[in-house]
Design a protein around this ligand. Structure first.
Ligand SMILES: *[C@@H]1O[C@H](CO)[C@@H](O)[C@H](O)[C@H]1NC(C)=O
Ligand SMILES: *[C@@H]1O[C@H](CO)[C@@H](O)[C@H](O)[C@H]1NC(C)=O
Ligand SMILES: *[C@@H]1O[C@H](CO)[C@@H](O)[C@H](O)[C@H]1NC(C)=O
Ligand SMILES: *[C@@H]1O[C@H](CO)[C@@H](O)[C@H](O)[C@H]1NC(C)=O
Length: 726
């Protein structure tokens, strides 16, 4: 390049002499010297052309000049002989970690996509950094960190060229907070060649925090850099920006399991660093059933500091092999939130039981851990035994199979963990190509392609949220709550407290449950509160139920939920009604008679998709919602109209149950009120159909009952044997 530069320079000089010569001659000889003039003109045109060509060539080569700079792909064969860099005090000081970084605030998306929709990752060449007192700022490079770098440079994500890279990885081992000098590392990062405030840099960390604070995030000044870290808490984790990775366990990688291991214990606890607050709890849990529960501790008599043995009294057991002999393995909050036992349990086919409220699970933004682990809130730790004991063997099988699948797919090696991290970043950087829930969570063999493009059945593991609208009938509410908690697929109860005048009871006065219950106090007593798409509803399925519907059995509700999973776009429930054309009045009529057809299922006891709640709240046409709130009636009819208009389908009635009046509420005065109520509902149907400008309700002539429902067959052998009549 340099030689060519000189060449251009010399040609330029030549041209200048020619043109100056021409100027002089032009002046001296004037127009009469036309012969000379033509020659000079030709020469100058030629010279100009040459200049143009040369400039063009120069521009062209300049464009390529930096392309020509060859970046040699990194090799990590001998990192011990990396160049030594001494950090001195004059180097700029580090930029503090921005704790409120978000993908949109701190990440520069414009550095990505240089080669189409590929996430390209650059790894800095490793150096050895010494601080001003000539001490190394890290204790060398750990095997795990070297494996992470190795995994990157051998992956499809790697680029040796920092100009096209989207993500930058400093080759400074920050995996373990205890092995680094915070200031030195901050300084070394800050002075990385492409640092730019930490923009688009990703810092790996598995052990954050150190004695005595045990901070849950790496304590290094990182500016805008992202952390791929373990042990985050809900407070330090920057959602949508950081990536939560597991604490890698070499012990887990070496563990060998058989498919059907004999399980001698129901529960094993084998952590040696759990929070002291839980130690007594563990003893209490064990007292419930000493032969089912094994509590292991570190071996006090054993001299060598090895992590691979545990003790019960004097008996020494091999860890983590002992995990294989248990169905459930406890993962309790320790000094740090990231626990290697999580990975060891998965590897041992032992279902992790997470008792650590604020911990962020590894890759939690794509992995649905409810499919592979049991979560118990810390306050409920004493219910551990009863909760785990009540889990069916089928569910245990599902959980354990799924855990093994997760382990093999995402966690088995440092390489898998690293690749998953970048797959998640790819989804984030190229959202148009992001993979969906099924891609991340459902083993490929079990996802069949739906030929009619109909939705796949909603996964069972999510369960449903029961939303109970209540005013002040506490007795009824409590008995309903006690009843609903017995439904296996219930995930949460949400009580909508619609009474402005009275406070909901103190939390101590509610029934003690083994499922979460949340109370939402509303500002106004309106019926649409029942259909608000509350954030607290974390499942797709919503069971909307009146506080006086206490006659349904757990079997009936569970069965209705099963039916809803088959028809997730419909209202599926118990009280059915129909509409009919009255050719005397030339109007629609609301019918609660027992007929062969139904066209509505009332939301006093019905399942629907949370999406319908969202539409009810935001997209109800023609002031229907306001009318309903004003008249305190017909919210259920409005919901049936809404769903039927969009899907063009009828609702589904389940089981024979027809009578829903609560015994306590009946009295003779109700009768006239009832008639007025019915008349108003007829008006609703006519009003709504005018607003829709059509009658969207569709009728059907079937209902869903469990298989074997009417068969003469021992009750005990039926899956849902408590299905009542009428
Ligand atoms: C931290 O990041 C946010 C964007 O996510 C930005 O608004 C804020 O100014 C940053 N704070 C500092 C101190 O740089
Ligand atoms: C832990 O975090 C606190 C506050 O963020 C900080 O002041 C402290 O220096 C950190 N301690 C360690 C050991 O990292
Ligand atoms: C109106 O009702 C009568 C008696 O039920 C029936 O015979 C007649 O066909 C109905 N007319 C129409 C147009 O449906
Ligand atoms: C009824 O559904 C149709 C088709 O989805 C839609 O275009 C129309 O706006 C809906 N009507 C009302 C009043 O919401």
């Amino acid at each position: 390049m340099i030689i060519f530069g000189r060449f251009i320079y010399s040609i330029k000089i030549v041209i200048m002499t020619i043109t100056t010569g021409f100027d002089k001659k032009y002046h001296n000889y004037g127009i009469s010297q036309s012969h000379h003039r033509n020659i000079l003109l030709a020469i100058s045109i030629f010279a100009m052309a040459l200049v143009v060509i040369i400039i063009a060539y120069q521009i062209f080569t300049f464009g390529n000049q930096s392309e020509d700079t060859i970046y040699v792909p990194l090799t990590l064969d001998d990192v011990s002989s990396s160049p030594i860099i001494v950090l001195n005090d004059e180097l700029p000081i580090a930029d503090k970690t921005n704790s409120s970084c978000s993908h949109f605030g701190c990440f520069n998306i414009y550095r990505c996509g240089m080669k189409g929709n590929r996430l390209l990752v650059y790894v800095y060449p490793p150096n050895e950094f010494l601080d001003s007192s000539k001490k190394s700022i890290t204790s060398g490079m750990s095997r795990e960190f070297l494996q992470i770098l190795q995994a990157i440079i051998t992956s499809k994500f790697y680029t040796a060229d920092p100009r096209e890279a989207c993500i930058f990885i400093p080759a400074i081992d920050t995996l373990n907070q205890n092995r680094i000098k915070t200031i030195g590392v901050s300084q070394a990062l800050r002075n990385s060649e492409f640092w730019n405030g930490g923009e688009n840099h990703l810092i790996f960390n598995m052990v954050p925090g150190s004695f005595p604070d045990y901070n849950t995030s790496l304590d290094v000044s990182l500016g805008k850099a992202m952390i791929a870290g373990a042990g985050f808490s809900t407070i330090t984790y920057r959602y949508g920006f950081d990536i939560s990775i597991p604490v890698f366990s070499p012990l887990a990688t070496d563990l060998r399991t058989r498919l059907h291991e004999k399980k001698s214990y129901l529960i094993v606890s084998a952590q040696i660093n759990i929070n002291t607050a839980f130690e007594q709890d563990l003893i209490d849990i064990q007292a419930a059933s000493p032969k089912d529960i094994l509590i292991l501790r570190s071996c006090s008599n054993h001299k060598s500091m090895t992590n691979s043995i545990r003790c019960v009294d004097e008996k020494m057991l091999k860890y983590p092999d002992i995990l294989r002999s248990s169905t459930f393995c406890l993962v309790i909050r320790g000094a740090r939130l990231g626990a290697s036992v999580l990975m060891e349990a998965l590897a041992a086919r032992c279902i992790p039981v997470i008792i650590s409220d604020s911990a962020i699970m590894p890759f939690h933004n794509v992995i649905d851990w409810k499919r592979a682990a049991i979560f118990i809130r810390e306050v409920d730790i004493l219910t551990t035994y009863s909760t785990l004991k009540s889990i069916s063997s089928k569910r245990i099988e599902e959980l354990s199979q799924h855990g093994t699948w997760l382990w093999n797919k995402y966690f088995k090696s440092i390489e898998k963990i690293t690749k998953t991290t970048f797959e998640i970043l790819t989804d984030r950087v190229f959202p148009q190509l992001a993979r969906d829930y099924n891609y991340w969570n459902i083993p490929a063999a079990s996802t069949s392609f739906p030929p009619l493009f109909l939705p796949i059945t909603a996964p069972k593991t999510h369960g449903f949220t029961a939303v109970i609208l209540t005013y002040d009938r506490l007795e009824l509410l409590y008995s309903l709550i006690n009843k609903i908690t017995q439904v296996p697929s219930l995930s949460k109860i949400l009580v909508i407290w619609n009474n402005k005048k009275k406070n909901p009871p103190a939390s101590s006065r509610w029934p003690k449950l083994n499922k979460p219950l949340q109370v939402i106090r509303t500002k106004e007593n309106i019926l649409s509160n029942r259909f608000y798409p509350y954030d607290e509803i974390e499942t797709e399925a919503v069971l909307s139920i009146d506080d006086d519907i206490i006659m349904l059995t757990a079997d009936e509700l569970e069965f209705a939920y099963e039916v809803w999973r088959e028809f997730p776009d419909r209202i599926v429930g118990f009280p059915s009604r129909t509409h009919a054309w009255d050719n005397g009045t030339n109007c629609w009529r609301y019918e609660s008679e027992w007929t062969n057809r139904i066209s509505m299922v009332l939301t006093g006891a019905a399942f629907h998709h949370k999406y319908w709640s969202y539409l009810y709240t935001t997209a109800m046409p023609g002031g229907i919602k306001e009318w309903v709130d004003e008249h305190m009636n017909c919210e259920d009819i409005a919901m049936n109209f809404l769903v039927a208009n969009i899907t063009g389908k009828a609702p589904i009635k389940v089981t024979p149950k027809k009578k829903f009046r609560c015994p306590e509420c009946t009295n003779t005065e109700m009768l006239s009120a009832d008639l007025a109520h019915m008349a108003e509902r007829t008006q609703c149907i006519n009003r709504f159909s005018r607003i829709y400008n059509t009658m969207p309700l569709k009728s059907v002539e079937f209902r869903a009952d469990p298989v074997l429902f009417k068969d003469v067959f021992p009750e005990k052998l039926k899956k849902f044997n408590s299905i009542g009549s009428l």
